[in-house]
Design a protein around this ligand. Structure first.
Ligand SMILES: [Zn+2]
Ligand SMILES: [Zn+2]
Length: 448
């Protein structure tokens, strides 16, 4: 603020200055200046971010169709004084606030919803039906909590913009499309996220979680989310009459053998210290009971952490499919296909993760910040780390602690992300998410 402007604005600015001075004094007396927003500061903006949450929840949009969603977020950050670029990586947004010399830090939210029919029973449940990428009608729901991530992101942007005195550097707020289908993060990177815009020194994101009480922050240094591959196996037999099996090679029996033998990839071939999942989620063949079909198709989801284990696991799947087909006397080798690009593992930069965990413990309290186990689910947040920037994906518990305790007693899991019943415990989760994000950003942007 220049001297002229100071004179002109003295009357308006004076109470603000006094408020700042008083807050600084009280922060100093607590001995923890500006490491985290006070709960009252988050309470003050809560009605606004809750309204956004409800609006986004009611109006979900699928991957690469998030135009209304992106427009809502872009308008908000623009009003806060960010420079905003839209249409980055098709529907993504990049909002930049330069605030003096200091590091560049990026906070990412996802924009997209899932093709799921909501069954939460919430008064603001989605009833939206949209077209998927193939033009088919499908219900849509924010079943992964990306609406919660966006609302917290917007609240964090507001706190950071309204308290520029608390930090130095460049803040980049990113709304990323198409996390659920994969491809959103890479679309933004290919569209120049790290070249057309300032390259960040650190990238952060926060995801809701069904295993921790609402508002608890979970961190995990190192590999946190798995690599994911979809494998499609087509086995070929020789079809015929169900009553004349001796004239056929039955691909249903062959597929069944493959399903069972594949169970030994994890249990017998893999080193138990390396996490691997091989799930056969779909098996299709035949039309009626009295015909032996020609072929059967199996669809697998394979989760691994490292390229070595992935290569070994995929080789084992190919070998078993071929070996069982040989044993069955199939005339043709099975086709083993990987129709989608591999989604990489999320690797949380260990030093940055521990630094943020320390700041979050100081800001939110030791008991509210816990080290959590890794997960075999995947996230395309991995792309930012692969692009060479230290990246950390934190999780936030979003479940009513009473319900969580009851589920631990009964062993019946609570609904989790991607379930039609996933309904994060709204107020405590949103408030803690804003505090956690702002705390993490203040830690990295405090200018040392
Ligand atoms: Zn998801
Ligand atoms: Zn998600």
């Amino acid at each position: 603020m220049g001297p002229k402007r100071f004179v002109a604005d003295t009357v308006r600015v004076l109470p603000f200055t006094i408020a700042i001075a008083a807050a600084a004094l009280s922060a100093q007396t607590r001995g923890t200046p500006w490491i985290t927003p006070a709960p009252a500061e988050v309470d003050a903006i809560y009605p606004d971010i809750e309204a956004l949450y409800i609006d986004l929840h009611r109006n979900p949009e699928l991957a690469f169709q998030e135009t209304q969603t992106a427009a809502k977020l872009a308008a908000r950050v623009k009003a806060l004084g960010f420079e905003v670029a839209t249409g980055v990586g098709r529907t993504g947004i990049v909002a930049i606030m330069k605030n003096g010399t200091g590091p560049t830090v990026m906070l990412r939210t996802e924009l997209d919803a899932l093709p799921v029919a909501e069954k939460t029973g919430l008064p603001f449940a989605s009833t939206v039906v949209v077209k998927n990428a193939n033009g088919q009608s499908t219900p849509a729901m924010h079943a992964c909590g990306h609406d919660l991530h966006m609302s917290a992101w917007a609240g964090t942007a507001r706190l950071m913009a309204e308290h520029r005195d608390r930090w130095r550097g460049t803040l980049i707020m990113v709304g990323q499309p198409a996390e659920e289908t994969g491809g959103g993060a890479s679309a933004m990177l290919m569209d120049g996220l790290f070249t057309r815009f300032p390259r960040p020194d650190a990238v952060l994101s926060l995801h809701d979680d069904d295993t921790m009480p609402a508002g608890t922050i979970g961190y995990h240094p190192g590999y946190f989310r798995a690599m994911s591959d979809t494998v499609v196996i087509t086995v070929y037999g020789r079809g015929g009459h169900a009553a004349m099996p001796h004239n056929t090679v039955d691909p249903v029996v062959l597929a069944a053998r493959i399903v069972l033998t594949l169970q030994t990839v994890v249990s017998r071939e893999n080193n138990p210290v390396d996490p691997v999942v091989v799930t056969i989620g779909s098996i299709h063949g035949g039309t009626v009971g009295n015909i032996i079909p020609d072929e059967v198709q199996l669809q697998l989801s394979v989760r691994t952490n490292t390229p070595e284990v992935r290569t070994r696991t995929l080789a084992a799947i190919r070998r078993i499919a071929k070996g069982e087909a040989d044993a069955a006397g199939a005339a043709r080798e099975p086709l083993v296909d990987l129709p989608f690009p591999t989604s990489a593992a999320v690797y949380n930069d260990p030093a940055l993760t521990l630094r943020l965990a320390g700041a979050l413990k100081r800001g939110l309290g030791e008991k509210n910040v816990i080290e959590m186990p890794q997960k075999m689910t995947s996230e395309d947040f991995s792309e930012y780390g692969l692009a060479g920037v230290p990246a950390v994906l934190l999780h936030i518990g979003a479940v009513d602690p009473v319900k969580l305790a009851a589920s631990r007693q009964t062993g019946i899991p609570v609904p989790a992300p991607h379930s039609p019943e996933w309904a994060p415990e709204r107020e405590p989760t949103l408030k803690a998410a804003v505090r956690a994000e702002a705390t993490a950003l203040l830690e990295l942007l405090r200018g040392n």
